[in-house]
Design a protein around this ligand. Structure first.
Ligand SMILES: [Zn+2]
Length: 291
């Protein structure tokens, strides 16, 4: 495990941030538009979100770079802006964090289905290499690979992130199977923890896909399968579709009420994914202060 991660966790579990995508949409980002592009074209709402999480008590904030790989950006004709968008994303979060929080830079899926064979592994690897290098050069404290459904793709991203020398967090999304405890590709938490640990991740985890209730068991299973720290970011419950838009009904207090169980199950880093807000993070912070 990375010494940096180890020393960060020495004083107990840490609070990460909440959602960015749904927060950007709440600030006017149209569904289908490229969230990462706002780092350059409309940075003020991005600043606001980063600052709101620091204010809410995040020990770690992420960056608005989840989709800033060349394949995802190409869908918005922005694949020539990979370095600029990732650099700006780290700079925005760094400014908001000051010396109050660390900046862990986000890498999401490429959108390429490796098993289809349309794009080679080498090309996907090169895309992650480019993004990870840009995030590291811009001064990120660590890299978080998140919302991965395919461990094969996650491993390419871990390889890219490790090459920067920064600590690496690797997370899968468990949203499939009868018990919602498998990735879309059928991988279990145990298999994911073993594969990602073997690939050299410094921390493994789960994010997105379901509400916090389902994460307690997943966290326990990850904990049993690896000695690495565990990173958990749950959604604000399951969304209800209203006028074609997902609406999350869970309250910050309901979410935070499950945090003691997550800690008991072995989580070292706790935050929120889709639908969570700075109020959720503040509630998690209050709960942690009380345990
Ligand atoms: Zn999410």
């Amino acid at each position: 495990m990375s010494k940096k991660i180890e020393s960060m966790l020495a004083a107990g579990p840490l609070v990460t941030d909440g959602a960015w995508g749904t927060q950007l949409q709440a600030r006017g980002l149209p569904v289908g538009e490229c969230p990462d592009a706002w780092n350059l074209s409309n940075p003020e709402p991005v600043n606001e979100i980063a600052a709101a999480y620091v204010e809410a008590g995040s020990d770690i904030i992420l960056t608005n770079t989840f989709g800033a790989n060349r394949f995802t950006l190409a869908r918005h004709n922005l694949d020539d802006k990979v370095v600029e968008i990732n650099t700006a994303g780290v700079e925005i979060s760094r400014r908001a964090a000051g010396d109050r929080a660390k900046v862990f830079a986000s890498i999401g899926p490429s959108g390429i289905m490796l098993m289809m064979g349309d794009v080679s592994r080498e090309d996907v690897q090169a895309a992650f290499d480019q993004q990870a290098r840009a995030l590291a050069d811009a001064g990120a404290d660590a890299i978080v690979i998140e919302t991965m459904s395919d461990t094969d793709e996650a491993r390419l991203a871990v390889t890219a992130a490790r090459a920067t020398g920064l600590p690496v967090v690797a997370c899968m999304v468990f949203d499939s199977g009868a018990d919602c405890d498998r990735t879309l590709m059928g991988t279990t938490p145990e298999q994911a923890a073993e594969l990602l640990s073997a690939e050299g991740a410094d921390c493994v985890g789960a994010n997105c896909g379901q509400g916090i209730d389902g994460f307690v068991a997943i966290c326990r299973r990850l904990r049993a399968a690896t000695t690495l720290p565990i990173w958990i970011k749950a959604n604000a419950g399951l969304p209800e579709m209203v006028d074609g838009q997902p609406v999350y009904r869970q309250t910050p207090e309901e979410f935070a009420a499950r945090v003691p169980e997550l800690i008991e199950a072995g989580a070292g880093f706790i935050g929120g994914c889709c639908g969570t807000t700075p109020e959720f993070i503040a509630a998690v912070r209050r709960t942690l202060a009380a345990v």
